[in-house]
Write a protein that binds this ligand. Structure first.
Ligand code: ZN
Ligand code: ZN
Length: 394
């Protein structure tokens, strides 16, 4: 595989051209790592994303490098085919392809390289190898668990279980036995302090489906300092440069549904049954993410946080990430817009300006996407947990 480290000065005269190629041609999503679990949710929040011109410039440069590399591999299309992305001619939808410059500054670690890849449906194509930072580029994570049964919503995170999104404030903790109609719930002591995983050992023992007995009836939260090496856990995915529709929808995704433009993994559904079965709450922050020891910070619900792209054209919502099959993922649709969008089984549809793309579910569903319509890379699944290994943690 080739790897572009820096676009040298000799490449600059081609930058504009390569940018056009990027916008017209690179498509694809990330995919890869097999190890995530999690979910997703919905509820749009106020976008917090922003970008720095420097970071964006670097990403554009990275994209240019990527395009040059693709050209070097002989896989790029003629320029005339790659410059018509934003609006298809004669109303024909054009497909949004993978573009590194959509990401926030520092969301991607190092260089974006390309390499041949074989997708889940057998398609052989070119993928972008992307490593995300594993910590949001544009916001600080947390808070998660409330400290006491009187802690207010602004000092705590949220919880969602497939049925709703709830403020994880003190009164919610106090009311759990009634809320879930189960008298075994009691996450606080006689002084009103909430049982929170307050050591690395407690976090490791509780942030997993088979919760250790001593950590049942705990609110589970992690800290960056408790992760391996005390730092964010990076994840590498191979995302097809140009998406390929699969012969059928696949819910057997590669472990992650994708990555956000903020540099965070979009995980599968959180194992709510296991979490609640142990009388634990795997607290999420207000952006729908939380830590586990294996994957670090990951997203189970979409709350509208982080770096966003797009101008809401066609009444659509903004894009916040790429799915593992290379298609863009946009914020949830609601009400009349949702009805009008006529989404398919995987929450996807096509528009003239974007081509095919997904819309996340609301966070309440604990499933950011129900399935993928495109083929995704399978080669990197070896990087996930071993077969028969421990189940994904929460
Ligand atoms: Zn849409
Ligand atoms: Zn999780």
């Amino acid at each position: 595989m080739s790897r572009w480290r820096v676009c040298g000065s000799d490449a600059r005269p081609h930058l504009r051209r390569t940018e056009a190629v990027v916008h017209g041609q690179l498509a694809a999503v990330w995919q890869q790592d097999a190890k995530k679990e999690i979910y997703v949710g919905l509820s749009p929040l106020t976008p917090q994303g922003n970008e720095t011109s420097m970071g964006r410039g670097l990403l554009v440069a990275a994209s240019a490098c990527l395009v040059l590399l693709v050209a070097g591999c002989g896989t790029s299309q003629p320029a005339s085919d790659t410059t018509a992305q934003s609006t298809g001619a004669a109303g024909v939808p054009s497909q949004h392809t993978f573009e590194a410059d959509h990401f926030a500054a520092n969301a991607i670690v190092g260089d974006v390289a390309t390499e041949p890849c074989t997708l889940s449906g057998g398609t052989t194509t070119t993928c972008a190898r992307v490593t995300v930072a594993g910590y949001p580029s544009t916001y600080q994570v947390g808070p998660f668990c409330p400290a006491t049964i009187t802690t207010t919503a602004q000092d705590a995170g949220i919880w969602f279980d497939g049925s709703g999104v709830y403020n994880l404030d003190g009164p919610f903790i106090k009311n759990l036995a009634q809320f879930y109609s189960d008298s075994e719930w009691k996450l606080y002591d006689s002084a009103g302090n909430v049982n929170v995983t307050n050591t690395k050992e407690a976090f490791d023992g509780a942030a997993r489906p088979d919760v250790a007995v001593q950590y049942q009836n705990h609110c589970v939260e992690g800290r960056l300092a408790w992760l391996t090496g005390g730092k964010a856990i990076q994840t590498t995915m191979l995302i097809p440069i140009s998406p390929t529709k699969a012969s059928s929808a696949s819910s057997a995704h590669p472990g992650n549904f994708g990555i956000t433009l903020d540099g965070v993994v979009i995980a599968a559904s959180a194992p709510v049954d296991a979490i609640l079965g142990a009388h634990t709450i795997a607290a999420f922050d207000h952006c729908g993410g939380h830590y586990n020891p294996i994957e670090g910070y990951h997203l189970h619900g979409v709350m509208g946080c982080g770096h966003l792209e797009g101008d809401d054209a066609d009444g659509d919502t903004k894009m916040f990430g790429y799915a593992a099959d290379g298609y863009p993922i946009h914020l949830p649709l609601e009400g009349a817009a949702l009805s009008a969008a006529n989404l398919d089984d995987c929450n996807g549809h096509s528009t003239a300006s974007e081509g095919y793309h997904y819309h996340a579910n609301g966070a309440a569903k604990n499933a950011i996407l129900p399935c993928l319509m495109g083929e995704y890379d399978i080669s990197t699944r070896a990087g996930g947990p071993p077969p028969g290994g421990p189940p994904p943690s929460g």
